[in-house]
Design a protein around this ligand. Structure first.
Ligand code: MOS
Length: 716
């Protein structure tokens, strides 16, 4: 694969736009039942009474399950899951295995831990009947008093201690400027296009699941354990996934529940999460309050960086938003202190959400740096250059590759940074204030072990098989490109089969790691195929000629890649810089983002068409975060009030400015043979800060919370 020239439209584009692609809720199987859930409107609570008699006898209703029916579902036997979840905060909740277990199951007892928790599930012949039946269930709740306990300071996470920092014993030297402020980001909902669904089909004691998941192996492990059967009797398929952003990254109880229901009823069951269910049953990003303090000497060198994050999780869960991770590594400072404080609330468990940690964390840190630049009179780019981290000083390793300085330079050129005036409110256009702002983005670039199988047929057609999922990122297309270029065949000869737990294992699509994990395994499989043909028929000739010569009906080979291990000698990060221009009509508080320039250093770009789309999507997420997204929670009931797309605003086409995506395309010499690092999430961190910084430059009013509020947008 030759890098930046390899523009190739998505190989599954036609299947997707014509509706041929089959998603989890599209699977049609004879006599399939549909399950819908009833949510508790408040928490914490005891379910005092629930009456499903009327619902149960509606024509078309097959059964209704509540906690009183838990034994029928055999939910209770899976105590191992409780034990796993009970380890609580600090568990490697982003680890790529089924270790990230849900620590609770619905319909187990009468305790309602969070508002939105399922208190009954209707199983019916059609979704319409199921929906009607939900309305006939009568229940009574006793709300329990709730006072949050003191915040917990979590321990190990991401393999590191979450209360860290360094240089606490060094002399920080003279400080001439100091800024310190609180920054707030809201609870956010993932809102993938495809709501989550699971179709569970039993056959002869074996379970096949079509599930909207980012990781089929993690799902299989959890579901098998919950059912008390060996993993080889469960097959999980997710050939197409309509976006995930983390909502489908972890294991959720509904996945096992569908299988339990199907087993109890002896018929296939499709459990569909409505958009409202999505808000409570597949995670969210927790709200954050972060205090950042930056001390600098007279030249703008940081003497101290302090980043304290206050975040939330559920009463039972183990995930929290790790806001301070990049603050350890991104800039030099003589002393760095990072801490996390987690408060348990009667809310659903938060989960990874595109660039978890870095997204809210970078809003705080990159806004604080802009405040420091203003206070010192330094240009914001210059301030960042003066504190550029030549190496990952926290881990004491060199970067595998870091061209962040080029990102700053090119971004500044492209946006016309020289137009920016250091004094706010200096630029106007068409009656609007104009401001320019920038921020750094960065995201880890991991890679995990992965396998890929190739099946070459006598007619020269090739199947590429791996359990990796394509959640819209382009994995299917990259694999086809990779095999085509390595084997010298046309893409039209290749079919790629993904998201099936019976195929060679690959990591969950998350944490921007699929490309760096799976592509090297595909390249390895291609090498193995060539070697096998060399050994069978000798070298020379096209693949088809060689295959014909072999006289075999088909050839199967596997390839593997080991990924990166914790003991690596380098730190693998992707870097970038966002530059933004905003226009504000402060008489009416109308903010328009007029332009975004994002310059990224993610190593070699294997398919710029897909890569640009990933970055653009991240930028649009950031725009939504800065201008509109906020899940609101009722203070007494803890219910998420805007759990739907009518009340929860996300950017639409008309909100999107021209987004100029530039890739440096400099190969990472260490990470893999392609020199490619991941880029699924890096478009998002820093973007909201770049917009807020531009808004300050326009108005002289500092936005320390998102979404930006009217007191910032309206002139006095
Ligand atoms: Mo992504 S938030 O790593 O699924």
């Amino acid at each position: 694969m030759s890098g930046i020239e390899s523009r190739q439209p998505r190989v599954d584009a036609i299947d997707k736009v014509t509706g041929r692609a089959v998603y989890a809720a599209d699977v049609r199987t004879s006599d399939c039942l549909v399950a819908l859930a009833l949510r508790s409107p408040l928490a914490p609570a005891r379910l005092k009474r629930i009456d499903v008699a009327v619902a149960r006898v509606l024509p078309g209703v097959v059964d209704v399950f509540t906690h009183l029916d838990a034994p029928r579902l055999d939910w209770t036997s899976s105590s191992e899951i409780d034990a796993l979840g009970a380890e609580g905060l600090g568990r490697a909740a982003m680890a790529d295995s089924a270790s990230a277990q849900p620590a609770y199951r619905p319909l187990i007892d009468d305790f309602i831990q969070f508002a939105g928790q399922w208190i009954a599930v209707v199983v019916a012949e059609t979704i319409e009947v199921a929906r009607e039946a939900l309305g006939h269930i009568v229940f009574e709740l006793d709300q329990l008093p709730f006072e949050p306990a003191a915040a917990i300071r979590p321990g190990a996470f991401f393999g590191a201690d979450m209360q860290y920092g360094f240089g606490s014993d060094v002399e920080t030297g003279p400080t001439s400027v100091s800024v310190s402020a609180n920054y707030c980001t809201p609870m956010q909902l993932h809102q993938p296009m495809e709501p989550t669904a699971t179709t569970a089909i039993w056959n002869d004691g074996r379970l096949t699941m079509y599930d909207s998941t980012q990781g089929v192996h993690a799902t299989r492990a959890y579901v098998a354990r919950s059912l008390g059967i060996p993993e080889d009797r469960v097959q999980v398929q997710a050939p197409f996934v309509g976006g995930g952003f983390g909502a489908k990254n972890q294991i959720w109880p509904h996945q096992a529940l569908a299988a339990h229901l199907a087993r109890a009823l002896g018929r296939p069951v499709r459990l569909q999460l409505t958009r409202n269910d999505m808000a409570v049953a597949s995670g969210h990003r927790s709200g954050t309050r972060q205090q950042v303090q930056l001390d600098a000497d007279a030249q703008g060198h940081l003497t101290r960086l302090r980043h304290d994050s206050h975040v939330f999780t559920s009463l039972h869960g183990g995930f929290f938003e790790p806001c301070g991770l990049s603050s350890l590594m991104l800039y030099t400072a003589r002393r760095i202190d990072v801490s996390h404080h987690v408060t348990r609330l009667p809310i659903p468990t938060p989960t990874p959400f595109r660039a978890p940690g870095e997204t809210p964390g970078s809003f705080a840190l990159e806004t604080a740096l802009d405040e420091l630049a203003h206070a010192t009179g330094l240009d914001p780019v210059e301030l960042r250059l003066r504190n550029f981290a030549e190496r990952d000083h926290y881990h004491g390793r060199d970067w595998s590759s870091n061209h962040l300085r080029d990102c700053y330079r090119i971004g500044a050129e492209r946006i016309g940074w020289e137009r920016r005036q250091a004094i706010p409110r200096s630029l106007r256009r068409d009656g609007c204030l104009v401001g320019l702002g920038m921020a750094t983005t960065a995201y880890p670039a991991p890679a995990l072990p992965a396998g890929v199988r190739l099946v070459l047929r006598h007619n020269g057609s090739l199947r590429v098989e791996t359990s990796a999922t394509d959640i819209g990122t382009g994995m299917r297309t990259l694999l086809a490109q990779n095999a085509a270029s390595n084997l010298g065949i046309e893409i039209s000869q290749i079919s790629v089969h993904l998201g099936d737990s019976d195929l060679p294992e690959a990591p969950t699509a998350g944490r921007s790691k699929s490309t760096a994990s799976v592509l090297p395994a595909c390249a390895d499989a291609c090498r193995n195929l060539q070697s096998l043909l060399d050994a069978t028929v000798g070298s020379g000739g096209t693949l088809l000629e060689r295959m014909n010569k072999s006289g075999l009906p088909e050839l199967t080979v596997e390839g593997r890649a080991n990924g990166l291990s914790a003991g690596e000698s380098h730190s693998f990060y992707s870097f970038g810089a966002h530059f933004a221009e905003v226009e504000l009509d402060e008489k009416i508080g109308r903010l328009r983002v007029s332009r975004v320039v994002s310059v990224l250093d993610c190593g070699t770009i294997l398919n710029p068409q897909l890569a640009e789309s990933q970055i653009r999507g991240g930028v649009i997420f950031g725009l939504g975060m800065a201008l509109m997204e906020e899940a609101t929670r009722h203070p007494q009931t803890h219910r998420i009030l805007n759990d739907n797309l009518a009340d929860y605003a996300v950017p639409v086409h008309a909100d999107i400015p021209p987004i100029d995506v530039v890739f440096l395309n400099k190969p990472d010499p260490i990470i893999n043979d392609f020199g490619a690092r991941g880029l699924g999430e890096i478009g998002l961190p820093g973007l909201a800060a770049a917009l807020g910084n531009a808004l300050f430059n326009a108005t002289n009013r500092r936005a320390r919370s998102v979404p930006f509020q009217f007191d910032i947008l309206l002139g006095s």
